[in-house]
Unconditional design. Structure first.
Lengths: 389, 124
Protein backbone atom coordinates (compact mmCIF):
# COMPACT_ATOMS: atom_id res chain seq x y z
CA UNK A 1 0.00 0.00 0.00
CA UNK A 2 2.85 2.30 0.88
CA UNK A 3 4.36 1.60 -2.55
CA UNK A 4 1.04 2.41 -4.18
CA UNK A 5 0.87 5.60 -2.18
CA UNK A 6 4.31 6.57 -3.41
CA UNK A 7 3.25 5.87 -6.98
CA UNK A 8 0.19 8.06 -6.64
CA UNK A 9 2.26 10.77 -4.98
CA UNK A 10 4.64 10.81 -7.95
CA UNK A 11 1.73 10.73 -10.39
CA UNK A 12 -0.05 13.57 -8.63
CA UNK A 13 3.00 15.76 -8.32
CA UNK A 14 3.98 15.06 -11.93
CA UNK A 15 0.57 16.11 -13.14
CA UNK A 16 0.68 19.24 -11.03
CA UNK A 17 4.11 20.04 -12.45
CA UNK A 18 2.85 19.48 -16.00
CA UNK A 19 -0.22 21.57 -15.48
CA UNK A 20 1.63 24.48 -13.97
CA UNK A 21 4.39 24.30 -16.52
CA UNK A 22 4.69 27.58 -18.38
CA UNK A 23 5.45 27.09 -22.04
CA UNK A 24 8.99 28.26 -22.51
CA UNK A 25 9.46 28.46 -26.22
CA UNK A 26 13.04 27.34 -26.40
CA UNK A 27 13.07 27.76 -30.12
CA UNK A 28 16.14 26.81 -32.06
CA UNK A 29 18.03 29.25 -34.20
CA UNK A 30 15.54 29.04 -37.06
CA UNK A 31 12.50 29.51 -34.89
CA UNK A 32 11.34 25.90 -34.69
CA UNK A 33 10.61 24.60 -31.24
CA UNK A 34 12.41 21.31 -31.82
CA UNK A 35 15.40 19.45 -30.39
CA UNK A 36 18.73 19.26 -32.30
CA UNK A 37 17.93 15.89 -33.90
CA UNK A 38 15.15 17.61 -35.82
CA UNK A 39 16.89 20.60 -37.44
CA UNK A 40 14.68 23.39 -38.65
CA UNK A 41 14.58 23.55 -42.46
CA UNK A 42 16.88 26.15 -43.98
CA UNK A 43 15.47 29.09 -45.92
CA UNK A 44 15.70 28.72 -49.70
CA UNK A 45 15.05 30.73 -52.82
CA UNK A 46 12.84 28.65 -55.08
CA UNK A 47 12.60 31.06 -58.00
CA UNK A 48 13.23 34.67 -59.05
CA UNK A 49 12.15 35.68 -62.55
CA UNK A 50 11.47 38.71 -64.73
CA UNK A 51 8.64 38.76 -67.26
CA UNK A 52 9.36 39.85 -69.89
CA UNK A 53 13.11 39.72 -69.48
CA UNK A 54 13.64 42.14 -72.36
CA UNK A 55 11.69 45.41 -72.64
CA UNK A 56 11.76 48.61 -74.66
CA UNK A 57 12.61 51.93 -72.95
CA UNK A 58 9.63 53.11 -70.89
CA UNK A 59 8.08 49.64 -70.60
CA UNK A 60 7.70 47.66 -67.39
CA UNK A 61 8.58 44.14 -66.39
CA UNK A 62 7.22 42.07 -63.54
CA UNK A 63 9.53 40.45 -61.04
CA UNK A 64 8.15 37.36 -59.33
CA UNK A 65 9.78 35.33 -56.63
CA UNK A 66 9.19 32.39 -54.30
CA UNK A 67 11.14 31.74 -51.12
CA UNK A 68 10.45 29.16 -48.43
CA UNK A 69 11.22 28.81 -44.73
CA UNK A 70 12.24 32.44 -44.42
CA UNK A 71 10.07 33.10 -41.36
CA UNK A 72 10.60 36.57 -39.97
CA UNK A 73 13.85 37.42 -41.77
CA UNK A 74 13.73 40.51 -43.97
CA UNK A 75 13.86 39.48 -47.63
CA UNK A 76 14.93 42.26 -49.97
CA UNK A 77 15.15 43.01 -53.68
CA UNK A 78 17.58 45.68 -54.81
CA UNK A 79 17.60 48.10 -56.42
CA UNK A 80 14.37 49.99 -55.91
CA UNK A 81 11.96 47.24 -54.79
CA UNK A 82 12.87 47.03 -51.10
CA UNK A 83 11.64 44.63 -48.41
CA UNK A 84 9.34 41.94 -49.73
CA UNK A 85 7.19 39.01 -48.57
CA UNK A 86 8.14 35.36 -49.05
CA UNK A 87 6.20 35.05 -52.31
CA UNK A 88 5.34 38.04 -54.37
CA UNK A 89 5.43 40.15 -57.48
CA UNK A 90 6.58 43.68 -58.19
CA UNK A 91 6.46 45.83 -61.33
CA UNK A 92 9.68 47.62 -62.28
CA UNK A 93 10.42 50.18 -64.99
CA UNK A 94 14.20 50.47 -65.24
CA UNK A 95 15.59 53.23 -67.45
CA UNK A 96 18.52 51.02 -68.47
CA UNK A 97 19.40 47.33 -68.32
CA UNK A 98 19.34 46.42 -64.64
CA UNK A 99 20.24 43.37 -62.60
CA UNK A 100 17.99 42.81 -59.59
CA UNK A 101 19.25 40.92 -56.53
CA UNK A 102 16.96 38.96 -54.23
CA UNK A 103 18.58 38.46 -50.82
CA UNK A 104 17.58 36.26 -47.92
CA UNK A 105 19.99 37.43 -45.21
CA UNK A 106 19.97 34.32 -43.01
CA UNK A 107 20.59 31.31 -45.24
CA UNK A 108 22.20 27.97 -44.36
CA UNK A 109 24.96 28.47 -41.83
CA UNK A 110 23.99 32.10 -41.49
CA UNK A 111 25.29 32.89 -44.98
CA UNK A 112 23.03 35.12 -47.08
CA UNK A 113 21.23 33.54 -50.02
CA UNK A 114 21.07 35.59 -53.20
CA UNK A 115 19.66 35.17 -56.68
CA UNK A 116 19.76 37.68 -59.51
CA UNK A 117 17.69 38.40 -62.57
CA UNK A 118 18.40 40.92 -65.32
CA UNK A 119 15.83 43.06 -67.08
CA UNK A 120 17.34 44.11 -70.40
CA UNK A 121 16.21 47.46 -71.75
CA UNK A 122 16.85 47.47 -75.48
CA UNK A 123 19.38 49.98 -76.70
CA UNK A 124 20.77 50.77 -73.25
CA UNK A 125 23.98 50.00 -71.45
CA UNK A 126 23.75 47.97 -68.21
CA UNK A 127 24.06 50.16 -65.14
CA UNK A 128 25.81 49.23 -61.95
CA UNK A 129 23.25 49.05 -59.18
CA UNK A 130 23.16 48.45 -55.47
CA UNK A 131 22.58 44.86 -54.43
CA UNK A 132 21.53 45.59 -50.88
CA UNK A 133 18.50 47.64 -49.94
CA UNK A 134 19.24 50.58 -47.71
CA UNK A 135 16.26 51.00 -45.44
CA UNK A 136 15.17 54.51 -44.54
CA UNK A 137 15.70 55.61 -40.98
CA UNK A 138 13.89 58.94 -40.73
CA UNK A 139 10.29 59.19 -39.56
CA UNK A 140 8.18 59.45 -42.71
CA UNK A 141 5.64 62.25 -42.83
CA UNK A 142 2.25 62.90 -44.39
CA UNK A 143 1.61 65.81 -46.73
CA UNK A 144 0.36 67.85 -43.76
CA UNK A 145 3.65 67.32 -41.94
CA UNK A 146 2.32 64.92 -39.34
CA UNK A 147 4.26 61.71 -38.77
CA UNK A 148 3.07 58.96 -41.09
CA UNK A 149 1.71 56.27 -38.83
CA UNK A 150 -0.04 54.32 -41.53
CA UNK A 151 1.24 50.93 -42.44
CA UNK A 152 1.24 47.36 -41.17
CA UNK A 153 2.96 46.61 -37.89
CA UNK A 154 3.72 43.45 -35.99
CA UNK A 155 4.75 42.58 -32.52
CA UNK A 156 7.52 40.29 -33.69
CA UNK A 157 10.60 41.37 -31.83
CA UNK A 158 8.86 44.50 -30.71
CA UNK A 159 8.18 43.81 -27.11
CA UNK A 160 8.54 46.99 -25.23
CA UNK A 161 9.28 48.13 -21.78
CA UNK A 162 6.72 48.80 -19.15
CA UNK A 163 5.87 51.21 -16.48
CA UNK A 164 6.08 54.53 -18.18
CA UNK A 165 8.55 56.85 -19.84
CA UNK A 166 12.07 55.65 -19.95
CA UNK A 167 11.10 52.03 -19.72
CA UNK A 168 10.73 51.40 -23.42
CA UNK A 169 12.64 48.80 -25.38
CA UNK A 170 15.87 49.59 -27.12
CA UNK A 171 15.26 51.78 -30.15
CA UNK A 172 15.20 50.07 -33.47
CA UNK A 173 14.32 46.66 -32.08
CA UNK A 174 14.04 44.48 -35.12
CA UNK A 175 12.12 41.38 -35.92
CA UNK A 176 14.45 38.75 -34.68
CA UNK A 177 13.55 35.33 -36.02
CA UNK A 178 11.36 33.50 -33.63
CA UNK A 179 10.89 36.44 -31.31
CA UNK A 180 7.66 36.08 -29.45
CA UNK A 181 4.98 38.63 -29.22
CA UNK A 182 4.64 40.69 -26.12
CA UNK A 183 1.38 41.22 -24.37
CA UNK A 184 -0.01 44.65 -24.78
CA UNK A 185 -1.44 45.98 -21.63
CA UNK A 186 -0.01 43.56 -19.19
CA UNK A 187 2.96 41.53 -18.17
CA UNK A 188 0.90 38.65 -16.89
CA UNK A 189 0.26 37.45 -13.42
CA UNK A 190 3.08 37.81 -11.02
CA UNK A 191 5.17 39.94 -13.35
CA UNK A 192 4.46 43.30 -11.81
CA UNK A 193 7.55 45.28 -11.05
CA UNK A 194 7.70 47.83 -8.29
CA UNK A 195 7.35 51.16 -10.09
CA UNK A 196 10.15 53.66 -9.75
CA UNK A 197 9.29 56.84 -7.87
CA UNK A 198 7.11 59.05 -10.01
CA UNK A 199 6.21 56.25 -12.39
CA UNK A 200 2.97 54.38 -12.74
CA UNK A 201 2.74 50.64 -12.16
CA UNK A 202 2.49 48.43 -15.22
CA UNK A 203 -0.39 46.35 -13.90
CA UNK A 204 -3.75 47.19 -12.37
CA UNK A 205 -4.23 46.57 -8.66
CA UNK A 206 -7.73 46.04 -7.34
CA UNK A 207 -8.97 48.18 -4.51
CA UNK A 208 -9.31 46.29 -1.24
CA UNK A 209 -12.50 44.29 -0.98
CA UNK A 210 -13.15 44.07 -4.71
CA UNK A 211 -11.27 40.85 -5.39
CA UNK A 212 -14.37 38.70 -5.47
CA UNK A 213 -16.33 40.97 -7.77
CA UNK A 214 -13.67 41.96 -10.29
CA UNK A 215 -11.31 38.98 -10.48
CA UNK A 216 -12.35 37.28 -13.71
CA UNK A 217 -12.89 33.55 -13.40
CA UNK A 218 -10.28 31.54 -15.29
CA UNK A 219 -11.62 30.67 -18.71
CA UNK A 220 -12.72 27.06 -18.96
CA UNK A 221 -11.15 24.84 -21.60
CA UNK A 222 -12.27 25.39 -25.18
CA UNK A 223 -13.38 28.96 -24.74
CA UNK A 224 -11.92 32.42 -25.15
CA UNK A 225 -10.01 32.69 -28.41
CA UNK A 226 -11.05 29.34 -29.83
CA UNK A 227 -14.65 30.43 -29.39
CA UNK A 228 -14.09 33.92 -30.74
CA UNK A 229 -13.77 35.64 -27.38
CA UNK A 230 -12.92 39.29 -27.80
CA UNK A 231 -9.82 40.75 -26.35
CA UNK A 232 -8.73 42.69 -23.36
CA UNK A 233 -8.42 46.46 -23.11
CA UNK A 234 -6.27 47.67 -24.75
CA UNK A 235 -6.78 45.41 -27.70
CA UNK A 236 -4.78 42.26 -27.28
CA UNK A 237 -3.31 41.82 -30.73
CA UNK A 238 -1.03 38.99 -29.77
CA UNK A 239 1.10 37.69 -32.61
CA UNK A 240 -1.23 39.17 -35.21
CA UNK A 241 -0.53 42.27 -37.23
CA UNK A 242 -2.45 45.51 -37.18
CA UNK A 243 -2.73 48.24 -39.77
CA UNK A 244 -3.12 51.98 -39.44
CA UNK A 245 -4.78 54.04 -42.15
CA UNK A 246 -4.55 57.76 -41.68
CA UNK A 247 -5.57 61.09 -43.11
CA UNK A 248 -5.94 64.52 -41.54
CA UNK A 249 -9.50 63.78 -40.32
CA UNK A 250 -9.33 60.17 -39.16
CA UNK A 251 -7.06 57.43 -37.99
CA UNK A 252 -8.39 53.92 -38.57
CA UNK A 253 -6.81 50.93 -36.86
CA UNK A 254 -7.51 47.52 -38.36
CA UNK A 255 -6.62 44.60 -36.14
CA UNK A 256 -6.10 41.29 -37.88
CA UNK A 257 -7.08 39.62 -34.63
CA UNK A 258 -10.82 38.98 -34.71
CA UNK A 259 -11.33 41.59 -37.44
CA UNK A 260 -11.50 44.29 -34.80
CA UNK A 261 -11.30 47.91 -35.89
CA UNK A 262 -11.35 51.40 -34.44
CA UNK A 263 -12.29 54.60 -36.25
CA UNK A 264 -10.85 57.62 -34.48
CA UNK A 265 -11.91 61.13 -35.55
CA UNK A 266 -9.26 63.83 -35.32
CA UNK A 267 -11.53 66.78 -36.09
CA UNK A 268 -12.22 67.90 -32.55
CA UNK A 269 -15.38 65.82 -32.19
CA UNK A 270 -16.09 65.34 -28.47
CA UNK A 271 -16.96 61.94 -27.00
CA UNK A 272 -20.40 60.87 -28.18
CA UNK A 273 -23.02 59.67 -25.73
CA UNK A 274 -24.41 56.30 -26.73
CA UNK A 275 -24.36 52.61 -25.99
CA UNK A 276 -21.15 51.29 -24.51
CA UNK A 277 -19.04 49.01 -26.69
CA UNK A 278 -16.14 46.56 -26.64
CA UNK A 279 -13.82 49.08 -28.27
CA UNK A 280 -15.19 52.15 -26.53
CA UNK A 281 -15.55 55.63 -28.00
CA UNK A 282 -12.20 57.00 -29.19
CA UNK A 283 -11.30 60.55 -30.19
CA UNK A 284 -7.84 61.73 -31.17
CA UNK A 285 -5.70 64.81 -31.54
CA UNK A 286 -2.08 65.61 -32.26
CA UNK A 287 0.28 67.00 -29.63
CA UNK A 288 3.31 67.86 -31.75
CA UNK A 289 4.44 64.57 -33.28
CA UNK A 290 2.44 62.46 -30.83
CA UNK A 291 -1.04 61.18 -31.64
CA UNK A 292 -3.13 61.15 -28.46
CA UNK A 293 -6.23 58.93 -28.40
CA UNK A 294 -8.72 59.20 -25.57
CA UNK A 295 -11.21 56.35 -25.14
CA UNK A 296 -14.21 56.00 -22.81
CA UNK A 297 -17.56 54.21 -22.78
CA UNK A 298 -16.22 50.68 -22.76
CA UNK A 299 -18.72 47.98 -21.91
CA UNK A 300 -18.01 45.96 -18.79
CA UNK A 301 -17.64 42.60 -20.56
CA UNK A 302 -13.98 43.01 -21.46
CA UNK A 303 -11.04 42.49 -19.15
CA UNK A 304 -7.76 44.22 -18.39
CA UNK A 305 -4.38 43.09 -17.20
CA UNK A 306 -3.79 39.98 -19.25
CA UNK A 307 -3.15 38.78 -22.75
CA UNK A 308 -5.57 38.61 -25.60
CA UNK A 309 -8.79 36.78 -25.09
CA UNK A 310 -8.53 37.23 -21.36
CA UNK A 311 -6.33 34.69 -19.70
CA UNK A 312 -5.21 34.04 -16.18
CA UNK A 313 -4.80 37.29 -14.32
CA UNK A 314 -7.67 38.98 -16.11
CA UNK A 315 -9.58 41.57 -14.16
CA UNK A 316 -12.98 43.01 -14.86
CA UNK A 317 -13.55 46.75 -14.78
CA UNK A 318 -16.36 49.25 -14.37
CA UNK A 319 -17.95 51.55 -16.94
CA UNK A 320 -15.56 54.26 -15.75
CA UNK A 321 -12.60 52.67 -17.51
CA UNK A 322 -10.64 55.37 -19.31
CA UNK A 323 -7.75 54.80 -21.72
CA UNK A 324 -5.26 57.31 -23.06
CA UNK A 325 -2.88 56.18 -25.79
CA UNK A 326 0.12 58.22 -26.89
CA UNK A 327 1.50 57.03 -30.21
CA UNK A 328 4.80 58.08 -31.75
CA UNK A 329 6.83 56.97 -34.71
CA UNK A 330 10.36 57.76 -33.59
CA UNK A 331 11.91 56.33 -36.75
CA UNK A 332 11.03 54.56 -39.97
CA UNK A 333 11.08 51.09 -38.46
CA UNK A 334 9.16 51.56 -35.25
CA UNK A 335 5.96 52.76 -33.72
CA UNK A 336 5.81 53.36 -29.98
CA UNK A 337 2.54 52.93 -28.14
CA UNK A 338 2.14 54.14 -24.59
CA UNK A 339 -1.13 53.15 -22.95
CA UNK A 340 -2.41 54.57 -19.67
CA UNK A 341 -5.53 53.05 -18.15
CA UNK A 342 -7.51 54.12 -15.13
CA UNK A 343 -10.72 53.09 -13.47
CA UNK A 344 -11.05 54.93 -10.17
CA UNK A 345 -14.00 52.80 -9.09
CA UNK A 346 -12.07 49.56 -9.22
CA UNK A 347 -8.29 50.08 -9.22
CA UNK A 348 -6.02 51.84 -6.75
CA UNK A 349 -4.19 53.89 -9.38
CA UNK A 350 -3.74 54.31 -13.12
CA UNK A 351 -1.29 51.94 -14.77
CA UNK A 352 0.81 52.30 -17.87
CA UNK A 353 2.54 50.11 -20.44
CA UNK A 354 4.68 51.00 -23.42
CA UNK A 355 5.18 48.73 -26.40
CA UNK A 356 7.11 49.08 -29.61
CA UNK A 357 5.96 47.47 -32.82
CA UNK A 358 7.90 46.92 -36.02
CA UNK A 359 6.87 48.48 -39.31
CA UNK A 360 6.52 46.00 -42.17
CA UNK A 361 6.59 47.79 -45.53
CA UNK A 362 6.38 44.42 -47.25
CA UNK A 363 2.86 43.82 -45.93
CA UNK A 364 0.16 45.76 -47.73
CA UNK A 365 -2.76 44.64 -45.56
CA UNK A 366 -3.70 42.55 -42.56
CA UNK A 367 -4.92 39.01 -43.19
CA UNK A 368 -8.46 37.74 -42.95
CA UNK A 369 -9.47 36.32 -39.63
CA UNK A 370 -12.74 34.40 -39.69
CA UNK A 371 -12.98 33.12 -36.19
CA UNK A 372 -15.98 30.90 -36.88
CA UNK A 373 -13.61 28.78 -38.93
CA UNK A 374 -11.58 28.15 -35.84
CA UNK A 375 -14.33 26.82 -33.61
CA UNK A 376 -12.23 23.72 -33.25
CA UNK A 377 -13.23 20.80 -31.23
CA UNK A 378 -10.38 20.96 -28.78
CA UNK A 379 -12.02 18.43 -26.49
CA UNK A 380 -9.35 15.92 -27.43
CA UNK A 381 -6.77 18.04 -25.67
CA UNK A 382 -8.73 17.59 -22.47
CA UNK A 383 -10.01 14.08 -23.00
CA UNK A 384 -7.82 12.03 -25.37
CA UNK A 385 -10.68 9.61 -26.00
CA UNK A 386 -12.70 12.32 -27.76
CA UNK A 387 -12.92 11.87 -31.50
CA UNK A 388 -10.86 14.10 -33.79
CA UNK A 389 -13.16 15.15 -36.62
CA UNK B 1 -6.37 7.39 6.08
CA UNK B 2 -4.03 6.21 3.37
CA UNK B 3 -6.95 5.79 0.97
CA UNK B 4 -8.04 9.35 1.66
CA UNK B 5 -4.52 10.54 1.01
CA UNK B 6 -4.31 8.59 -2.25
CA UNK B 7 -7.61 10.09 -3.39
CA UNK B 8 -6.47 13.57 -2.40
CA UNK B 9 -3.18 13.31 -4.27
CA UNK B 10 -4.86 11.92 -7.36
CA UNK B 11 -7.47 14.67 -7.17
CA UNK B 12 -4.81 17.37 -7.01
CA UNK B 13 -3.20 15.93 -10.11
CA UNK B 14 -6.35 15.54 -12.14
CA UNK B 15 -7.72 18.90 -11.05
CA UNK B 16 -4.57 20.42 -12.42
CA UNK B 17 -5.01 18.55 -15.67
CA UNK B 18 -8.55 19.81 -16.00
CA UNK B 19 -7.40 23.38 -15.80
CA UNK B 20 -4.85 23.06 -18.57
CA UNK B 21 -5.40 25.96 -20.87
CA UNK B 22 -6.27 24.60 -24.26
CA UNK B 23 -7.83 27.47 -26.13
CA UNK B 24 -6.23 28.16 -29.48
CA UNK B 25 -3.67 30.58 -28.18
CA UNK B 26 -2.89 28.82 -25.00
CA UNK B 27 -2.63 25.48 -26.66
CA UNK B 28 1.18 25.43 -26.57
CA UNK B 29 0.83 24.28 -22.98
CA UNK B 30 -1.25 21.34 -24.11
CA UNK B 31 1.66 20.02 -26.17
CA UNK B 32 5.05 18.77 -25.01
CA UNK B 33 8.12 20.96 -25.11
CA UNK B 34 10.84 20.50 -27.73
CA UNK B 35 12.30 17.41 -26.06
CA UNK B 36 9.08 15.51 -26.64
CA UNK B 37 9.09 16.04 -30.41
CA UNK B 38 8.19 13.09 -32.62
CA UNK B 39 7.99 12.30 -36.32
CA UNK B 40 5.00 10.57 -37.90
CA UNK B 41 3.82 9.81 -41.43
CA UNK B 42 0.25 9.75 -42.64
CA UNK B 43 -2.27 10.31 -45.39
CA UNK B 44 -3.73 13.81 -45.59
CA UNK B 45 -7.52 13.82 -45.15
CA UNK B 46 -8.20 17.54 -44.66
CA UNK B 47 -6.35 20.87 -44.86
CA UNK B 48 -7.67 24.00 -43.14
CA UNK B 49 -5.71 27.15 -43.95
CA UNK B 50 -7.33 29.43 -41.38
CA UNK B 51 -6.64 32.01 -38.72
CA UNK B 52 -5.98 32.01 -35.86
CA UNK B 53 -4.28 28.66 -36.51
CA UNK B 54 -4.20 26.35 -39.49
CA UNK B 55 -4.71 22.59 -39.32
CA UNK B 56 -3.88 19.47 -41.29
CA UNK B 57 -5.52 16.16 -40.48
CA UNK B 58 -3.78 12.90 -41.36
CA UNK B 59 -4.59 9.23 -40.97
CA UNK B 60 -1.68 7.36 -39.44
CA UNK B 61 -1.70 3.60 -39.74
CA UNK B 62 0.14 1.67 -37.09
CA UNK B 63 -0.08 -2.07 -36.47
CA UNK B 64 -2.93 -2.25 -38.95
CA UNK B 65 -4.96 0.34 -37.06
CA UNK B 66 -5.79 3.74 -38.54
CA UNK B 67 -5.76 6.76 -36.23
CA UNK B 68 -6.67 10.31 -37.24
CA UNK B 69 -4.19 12.96 -36.08
CA UNK B 70 -4.86 16.70 -35.80
CA UNK B 71 -1.80 18.80 -36.69
CA UNK B 72 -2.03 22.38 -35.42
CA UNK B 73 0.16 24.89 -37.23
CA UNK B 74 0.87 28.62 -37.32
CA UNK B 75 -1.44 31.45 -38.31
CA UNK B 76 -2.05 32.26 -41.98
CA UNK B 77 0.52 35.02 -41.83
CA UNK B 78 3.05 32.74 -40.16
CA UNK B 79 2.61 30.12 -42.88
CA UNK B 80 2.70 32.73 -45.65
CA UNK B 81 5.98 34.05 -44.25
CA UNK B 82 7.39 30.58 -44.82
CA UNK B 83 6.13 30.38 -48.38
CA UNK B 84 2.92 28.40 -47.89
CA UNK B 85 0.01 28.65 -50.30
CA UNK B 86 -3.36 26.89 -50.27
CA UNK B 87 -2.14 23.80 -52.11
CA UNK B 88 1.25 23.38 -50.47
CA UNK B 89 -0.27 20.28 -48.86
CA UNK B 90 -3.08 18.46 -50.67
CA UNK B 91 -5.64 15.91 -49.56
CA UNK B 92 -4.50 12.43 -50.57
CA UNK B 93 -0.79 13.13 -50.18
CA UNK B 94 1.37 11.19 -47.81
CA UNK B 95 3.39 13.53 -45.66
CA UNK B 96 5.84 13.19 -42.79
CA UNK B 97 5.55 15.69 -39.99
CA UNK B 98 7.67 16.64 -37.01
CA UNK B 99 6.10 18.25 -34.01
CA UNK B 100 5.30 18.20 -30.34
CA UNK B 101 2.51 15.79 -29.42
CA UNK B 102 -0.33 16.43 -27.00
CA UNK B 103 0.68 15.85 -23.42
CA UNK B 104 -2.46 13.87 -22.69
CA UNK B 105 -1.76 11.24 -25.34
CA UNK B 106 -4.40 12.44 -27.79
CA UNK B 107 -3.42 11.95 -31.44
CA UNK B 108 -2.65 15.62 -31.91
CA UNK B 109 0.51 17.67 -32.27
CA UNK B 110 1.78 21.19 -32.70
CA UNK B 111 3.38 20.64 -36.07
CA UNK B 112 6.71 22.39 -36.62
CA UNK B 113 7.91 20.86 -39.92
CA UNK B 114 6.05 19.21 -42.81
CA UNK B 115 7.95 17.07 -45.29
CA UNK B 116 6.16 17.04 -48.63
CA UNK B 117 6.06 14.03 -50.99
CA UNK B 118 8.84 15.59 -53.10
CA UNK B 119 11.12 15.73 -50.06
CA UNK B 120 10.92 19.46 -49.45
CA UNK B 121 10.62 20.42 -45.81
CA UNK B 122 8.42 23.35 -44.85
CA UNK B 123 8.36 25.17 -41.54
CA UNK B 124 4.83 25.10 -40.28
Amino acid sequence: MRQRLGGFLILGLTLVAICTWLPVHAQNARGCNLPPQFPCPDPRIVSFEATPAVIKPGESAQLTWVTENTGTVAITIAPSVGTVVARGASRVTPAATTTYTLTVPDGPGGTPLTKTVTVTVEGTTPVATETVVSRPTETPRMADGKPMLQGVYSMFGGRGGRGGPGAAAAPGAQGAPGARAGRPGGAGPGAQAVPAPGQLPNQPTLKPGLEGKYRAAPPPPNVVVSECGVSTVPVGIGPYNFQIIQNSDYVVILYEYMHLFRVIPLDGTPHQPGPSSWMGDSIGHWEGDTLVIDTVNFNTKSTVGAGMGGGRGSLLHSDKLHMVERIRRPDYNTIEWEVTLEDPEVFVSPWRTTNRYNFHPEFKRVEEYMCFENLKNYDYLVDPTKEIK
Amino acid sequence: MERTLVALIAMIGFTGLGTMPVSAHHSQAAYTNADGAIQITGLVTKVEMTNPHSFIYIDVTKDGKKVRWALEMQSLRGLAMNGWVDDTVKVGQTITVIGRPARNGAPAMYCEVVQLPDGRQMRS
